[in-house]
Ligand binder design. Structure first.
Ligand SMILES: Cc1ncc(COP(=O)(O)O)c(C=O)c1O
Length: 405
């Protein structure tokens, strides 16, 4: 018997991935999400999760998820449009909409099981608006889920795609100025997930107003963290418009799982009709919706404010302590603090050396980041202690002098 063609081919192609130092692998964590974790019995200090407020293992959310399961059961039983949408989902959506009400008139929210699904749902559905093709303007460093949303929308035959360079608004405007398409959609990360910097939301909104476009902002790394109440980048940048479509995730700062799209109620009404990943997928459990509701209340309340203050002082501490590092530290004021080292080999070497010293910061390589821009994507949390951050600064400084160039 021959080995199936596909299995042979996979062997050959994985060998190429290995040669290019691009093999991805799964590491299984034995302990709950936190700063001090264990992998295979080995203790490590983690500087890589998106649990920015340290809520992923918080006693109040553990209690909420347990209470949610007791009150509402564990499964929704069906998709939202069959019988899986429970009253607690409504309550959660109203709460999520209230977080963006200052930024989006007539705001309504739709709860999704992941941010990836929320993004591909929104983009594929929006691109079906109008009889002619939609012009999508996508920021060059957008997250894969936005890129995949655009790819799917192009597969529907409903899109002309324009990619604009990072922060290059003049280039974007040139393209918009010459575009006669009635419906234009600008799509961007709010906090760029691999770089940590913010999209220029006010300027983008200005362009959206001027050229009659909608503006979709993926605030996966801003919700919970940015703004006085943690409502995210729109609160932080003080913008308000019915042109905005906001996507926030609930698996990062909110410490659970899921995501939401918030927009003018007419846009949400459209998504309910047209967003296939929403329509044809089982609703997240009502127990989760109950726990997310609790998490949003924590985020906007006193605890959230305290945790955000702690996170911001940790970011300041890191920036101060890492000033001597000569590797390219990208300019970022958020919890995402990347160190760009260039080659895949150097990034892997550094990640391995850190691992041996008890630190977990994975190497991020193409295609997640551009070629020759491999990096350590370091993330900070309110849960990190001063000593942990200072320890990491010291270790990186030692490594920089000891690693062969
Ligand atoms: C910018 C951005 N958007 C969307 C997502 C997807 O969200 P989720 O993990 O909830 O699917 C992520 C990360 O996972 C992200 O970093």
């Amino acid at each position: 018997m021959h080995m199936p063609f596909a299995l042979n081919q996979i062997d050959a192609e994985l060998a190429i991935i290995d040669r290019e130092l691009l093999r991805r692998s799964i590491r299984s964590v034995d302990t709950p999400c936190g700063t001090e974790i264990q992998i295979g019995g080995k203790p490590l200090l983690a500087f890589c999760s998106n649990d920015y407020l340290g809520l992923a293992n918080h006693p109040k959310l553990i209690a909420a998820l347990s209470e949610g399961a007791r009150r509402f059961g564990t499964g929704s039983g069906a998709s939202h449009l069959i019988s899986g949408h429970h009253a607690i989902h409504d309550e959660l959506e109203a709460k999520l909409a209230s977080t963006q009400a200052g930024a989006i008139p007539n705001a309504r929210a739709l709860f999704f099981s992941t941010g990836y699904l929320a993004n591909i749902s929104a983009i594929t559905a929006l691109s079906l608006i109008g009889k002619s093709k939609t012009s999508i303007y996508s920021a060059a460093l957008n997250h894969a889920s936005l890129i995949d949303g655009v790819r799917l929308a192009r597969g529907q035959g409903s899109v002309d795609l324009h990619i604009f360079d990072h922060h290059h608004l003049a280039g974007l405007e040139d393209k918009l100025r010459n575009d006669l398409t009635p419906f234009k959609l600008i799509v961007t990360d709010g906090v760029f997930s691999m770089d940590g910097d913010l999209a220029p939301v006010q300027e983008l909104l200005h362009l959206a107003n001027q050229y009659d476009a909608l503006l979709m902002i993926d605030d996966a790394h801003g919700f919970g963290v940015l703004g006085k109440h943690g409502y995210g980048i729109l609160e932080d940048q003080e913008v308000c418009s019915d042109r905005i479509i906001y996507m926030g995730t609930l698996g990062k700062a909110a410490g659970l799982n899921g995501a939401f799209v918030c927009a003018h109620e007419k846009i949400i009404a459209w998504l309910i009709q047209k967003a296939r990943p929403y329509i044809y997928s089982t609703a997240s459990s009502p127990a989760l919706a109950f726990a997310v509701l609790r998490s949003v209340s924590l985020i906007e309340g006193e605890l959230g404010q305290e945790l955000r203050a702690r996170l911001h002082s940790n970011i300041a501490l890191w920036k101060e302590g890492s000033i001597f590092i000569r590797w390219n530290r990208l300019k970022s004021d958020t919890a995402i603090q990347p160190i760009v080292v260039g080659s895949n080999a150097t990034a892997l070497q550094l990640a391995r050396a850190l691992d041996q010293l008890g630190y977990w910061i994975p190497a991020i390589r193409p295609p997640t980041v551009p070629k020759e821009m491999a990096r350590l994507r370091m993330t900070l949390s309110a849960a990190h202690t001063k000593e942990q951050i200072q320890g990491l600064c010291k270790v990186l400084s030692d490594l920089e002098t000891s690693l062969p160039k």
